[in-house]
Design a protein around this ligand. Structure first.
Ligand code: SF4
Length: 302
């Protein structure tokens, strides 16, 4: 796929620390394919997991249970058939796992085009799925704020996307909205890895969000988010490093899924930003294939 990057997009890539004309990035773009050979994936895995690299969160099997504090309550029934507003209310009042006790806000998600009715989901072609709220997200109630959120916004802008406004493709004029959500809606204390029972209790909310949003493509950020969504489609997904999941287009209930690093990880592992850009290019390529549009973009205020 040829990318026609305008000066703004190139500036955004530089914000990510990526020189788009560098041999490394060009090589990454040249080798980005929808279905790479297994051997190629093995090579990627070795490169993305050096012993000295910061470790990402790892998902734990979603069948574990933990002793329930006395104030826990079963998740409200019928999540799988709720409308958008009811789903938001269910999350806001949820006390189905122990994370409810330490939270200041639940973090439901944000983005997309504003719907005409509160019970309709925002219109969003792109869904970005992160892992769990951090301290600043817990304080604000919004996903991806702070430095990691700023990097995510720059990554999105490099792709011609914006969580805050409508983006219109240059040729087809097809609008693209971007919605951002996490697997867990409450912050794990000290940003620790999510526990299995927390995932088991919270994942139905994300699944219902996806059912309602019906995005054209999903970009997961971080190993934990990838494993949570690919649990049913990728064998032994919990035993695979992120590098094994990158570089190909997976499926979640028929929706293409591309896996990349979490921005918080990229802030600590600057050397992997070029690989993240290759992942974004793969996602743009998959999206362009879906929409039969060219990747050059213009933006328009919502
Ligand atoms: S993390 Fe999810 S399941 Fe746990 S209390 Fe928060 S909303 Fe409920």
């Amino acid at each position: 796929m040829g990318l026609n990057l305008d000066p703004r997009q190139r500036a955004m890539l530089e914000e990510m620390g990526i020189r788009v004309w560098s041999p490394l990035t060009q090589a990454a773009l040249a080798t980005t394919t929808v279905q790479p050979e297994p051997d190629a994936l093995a090579g990627v895995s070795e490169r993305v997991a050096p012993q000295s690299a910061p470790r990402e969160r790892t998902v734990q099997a979603a069948h574990l249970t933990a002793p329930a504090p006395a104030d826990l309550q079963p998740r409200v029934a019928g999540v799988e058939s709720m409308g958008w507003a009811a789903l938001q209310q269910a999350v806001a009042g949820c006390r189905a796992c122990a994370l409810c006790s330490g939270r200041r806000h639940t973090v439901f998600g944000m983005g997309g085009f504003v719907p005409p009715s509160a019970d309709q989901p925002p219109a969003a072609d792109w869904l970005i799925v992160g892992e769990a709220p951090g301290e600043q997200e817990d304080l604000s109630g919004w996903p991806f704020v702070g430095p990691a959120g700023q990097l995510l916004d720059n990554m999105l802008k490099a792709m011609g996307l914006d969580r805050h406004r409508e983006v219109v493709l240059g040729e087809g004029k097809a609008a693209q909205g971007t919605y951002i959500a996490n697997v867990l809606k409450c912050r794990p204390p000290s940003n620790r890895n999510p526990e299995g029972d927390e995932v088991a209790q919270c994942l139905p909310y994300l699944r219902r969000q996806i059912d309602l949003l019906q995005p054209k493509i999903i970009l997961t950020m971080g190993r934990f988010a990838a494993q949570a969504l690919l649990h049913d489609s990728v064998p032994d997904v919990h035993g695979q490093p992120l590098g094994k999941l990158r570089g190909q287009v997976h499926r979640y209930r028929g929706i293409p899924v591309v896996v990349t690093y979490h921005p918080a990880y990229l802030l600590r592992a600057m050397g992997d930003k070029a690989k993240a850009w290759a992942d974004l290019c793969l996602a743009m390529q998959a999206f362009a294939t879906l929409t039969c549009s060219k990747p050059g973009v213009d933006t328009a205020e919502a």
